[in-house]
Design a protein around this ligand. Structure first.
Ligand code: ATP
Ligand code: MG
Length: 393
């Protein structure tokens, strides 16, 4: 249903639950279009809170904080996957909320998420639900070697354990505290890709072409986005699957669906994120509308148009490790040298402390051709001490 006062025009206030880097880039996009912004985040020094017009500095489930946010904001979205869906449900009584608490709750729980993929007819990796000791012993050997993933609260590879035998599986489940988990068969991946969809209150949906992702240690390291990196037929199937997953949820907002591509070209859905995604950060510099612009439009009920890409792009994630390469005392990476390369766009999130594995920023690289973008990415990675970033042949 489209709220009565929609579309919300510039001058209105857009709210976001969560103050991390995704919230910060949402705030930037909203402000660029003339909206006011309100962020709710428990951290006084959050990346989004620092740049927003209003910062409600309370816990996500604090009744007063949520009431303040709903008074300040004309509509509210979320940026952080583990924001309790109860917070969204409670806000929805007072103010339009997108995505819905229901959609976020499904994406937060791997068991419900996989059931949704199956319902939409999109294949996922063979898996078993493990909530009880009986389910643990009923696991069939064809799921091994596998990956045991906690059903909730995992991100960046956290909450995951690789298991090769039934003995290891039992020990891993004990180690996870016997919380609900899924055991997924470990697949041999040719590569990974993702599709970002934006869907409005009226059901209209647009998407970016599939981008190719390289993970290191369970964390996204590189995204490559241009027509050569995901074959057209696979990109088409991935887009269709992502749209059917969004439609099946009656989703409103930006949704990212991550896929595995197997050696025989089979496409397998991995998981979804009910928000803009790290693999879509290249859209800020390489597309006419970024994923954050589309998040603003879906939230405000403004028209969606196909987000055309005007340049091939590579994104390098900048983790805290880069600051700690010379020892425990953080030193700043050589930005001036990196920025001397034409086509580099530096995005830093304003986080005060560099920690290993912590996402501090990203570097987008654009150029006139795929070859140029790749050459620049190789040079930038070398300056930063990162491995070669080219993800496809
Ligand atoms: P994030 O939310 O940051 O994307 P996550 O913690 O939710 O990460 P997953 O997406 O489940 O983790 O897995 C992280 C990475 O681990 C995947 O992108 C892939 O590289 C690898 N991986 C996960 N599951 C499998 C699998 N079944 N077979 C092979 N590789 C896998
Ligand atoms: Mg993932």
């Amino acid at each position: 249903m489209i709220p009565a006062n929609f579309p919300l025009l510039p001058g209105a206030t857009l709210g976001v639950l969560g103050g991390g880097q995704l919230g910060r880039m949402f705030v930037h996009a909203a402000q660029q279009s003339g909206y006011f912004t309100a962020v709710l985040d428990p951290d006084a020094d959050s990346p989004a809170g620092r740049v927003s017009h209003h910062h409600v500095h309370t816990d996500y489930l604090d009744g007063d904080g949520l009431a303040r946010l709903s008074r300040l904001a004309d509509a509210v979205t979320t940026e952080f996957e583990n924001v309790p869906s109860r917070a969204l449900a409670s806000l929805a009584g007072d103010v339009p909320v997108a995505p819905s608490a229901d959609a976020v709750a499904i994406a937060q729980d791997r068991i419900r998420e996989k059931a949704h993929f199956v319902k939409c007819g999109v294949a996922c990796a063979p898996y078993a639900v493990i909530e009880t000791a009986e389910q643990l012993s009923a696991v069939t050997d064809d799921l091994l070697p596998g990956i045991l993933k906690t059903a909730t609260l995992g991100y960046d590879g956290k909450g995951q354990q690789r298991v090769a035998s039934r003995g290891q599986l039992g020990a891993a489940w004990m180690d996870a505290g016997q919380v609900p988990c899924v055991l997924e068969k470990r697949l041999t991946l040719d590569f990974e890709c993702s599709v970002i969809v934006a869907r409005g209150h009226d059901g209209q949906a647009v998407n970016y072409r599939a981008q190719r992702n390289l993970h290191r240690d369970g964390i996204l390291a590189v995204t490559e986005a241009h027509e050569e990196c995901v074959p057209p037929e696979i990109a088409k199937r991935a887009a269709e699957a992502a749209l059917s997953i969004a439609n099946g949820l009656n989703y409103v907002g930006v949704l990212c669906v991550e896929f595995f591509v197997l050696a025989d070209g089979e496409l397998v859905v991995n998981e979804m994120a009910p928000r803009p995604h790290n693999s879509g950060h290249y859209t800020i510099d390489a597309c006419e509308l970024s994923q954050f612009d589309l998040q603003v439009r879906t939230l405000a009920g403004l028209p969606l148009v196909e987000p055309r890409q005007h340049s091939p792009a590579i994104m390098l994630n900048l983790l805290g490790d880069l600051w700690l390469a010379k020892g425990p005392q953080a030193t700043e990476p050589p930005w001036a040298q990196v920025l001397a390369l034409p086509g580099t766009h530096l995005h830093l999130y304003g986080k005060q402390e560099a920690r290993r594995g912590r996402k501090m920023g990203h570097l987008n690289i654009t150029g006139a051709s795929v070859a140029e973008v790749r050459a620049t990415a190789v040079r930038a990675a070398a300056l930063l001490g990162l491995p070669s970033p080219v993800t496809s042949a």
